[in-house]
Design a binder for this molecule. Structure first.
Ligand SMILES: [Zn+2]
Length: 268
């Protein structure tokens, strides 16, 4: 049995056009969407999946995404609400390295870091249409060096303390905490399935499906490297949720997000 708990760390919000949220479908117009990170408290330790966006980075590089983020919505601020500090997190996993999922990595020089083995290389040499996605390189001294963006690094970030363990395929991080390989949106994208002792599992689609509607109509975001893989990943998530009778939670769905438990509330 397990007493696993999951906390959602609210990371503020951003804006995209509706045609980016629903690729080739829309409707167009500004869509404000949430960004959050997932903290899994497990008997084997604390796992943080993703670290949100860095406000200053977005203001500087993608101001058109109109970031709104309070102090409590930064990674240190959100952890503080739980009585935690960054040093209390043992393992940081990035679902992929887009800027809205890695912005707080810099606060975890001590932590073990895990990602899909193809993501570091992709952040170093992104396709032209991925450059803004992979624009915050503060999570990796090696990636920042490769892209000549070392100015982004926080003092104290070194190759040694920002090195990742590369994984591939589905991986069980700890008992009942499973990374599900769902490529398409990014080359090495992961979703997350968490099982509990006393409630139904939760399947976090992360960016394989921004919203509930995205999954219903199999419409991925316009940001992707392989749309056919993206559709296959969405179908796989639907099947997994059915097989596990899991509750689905989406990465960037403001309507659904209003119903999620954040702050000191938790699932488990
Ligand atoms: Zn995202």
């Amino acid at each position: 049995m397990t007493d696993t708990k999951v906390y959602l760390l609210d990371g503020g919000s951003l804006v995209l056009d509706g045609f980016h949220v629903y690729w080739n479908k829309g409707p167009g117009g500004e869509v404000r969407f949430p960004v959050y990170s997932i903290l899994v408290e497990h008997k084997d330790g604390r796992f943080l999946i993703d670290t949100g966006y860095d406000y200053d980075h977005v203001q500087k590089v993608l101001p058109f995404e109109k970031p709104i983020q309070s102090k409590d919505q930064t990674i240190p601020g959100a952890l503080k609400l739980l009585g935690l500090e960054s040093k209390d997190i043992g393992v940081v996993v990035n679902s992929h390295f887009h800027f809205d999922h890695v912005g707080g990595n810099k606060y975890f020089p001590h932590a073990k870091k895990i990602c899909h083995k193809a993501e570091i290389q992709q952040a170093m040499t992104p396709e032209p249409f991925e450059i803004l996605g992979y624009s915050d390189l503060s999570f990796s001294a090696a990636a920042a060096e490769a892209r000549k963006a070392s100015a982004q690094l926080l003092a104290g970030t070194t190759v040694a303390n920002s090195t990742f363990e590369g994984i591939e395929g589905d991986v069980e991080l700890a008992k009942g905490v499973k990374l599900i390989y769902t490529p398409g949106h990014a080359i090495g994208h992961y979703s997350l399935l968490v099982e509990f002792g006393n409630r139904k599992p939760i399947l976090f689609t992360i960016d394989a499906s921004y919203t509930k509607k995205s999954l219903e109509i199999l419409c991925q975001a316009s940001f992707h490297i392989d749309p056919r893989a993206g559709v296959a990943s969405m179908r796989r998530l639907k099947q997994l949720a059915a097989d596990h009778e899991a509750e689905l939670m989406y990465s960037h769905d403001m309507v659904e997000y209003q119903t999620y438990q954040t702050g000191t509330k938790f699932y488990g």
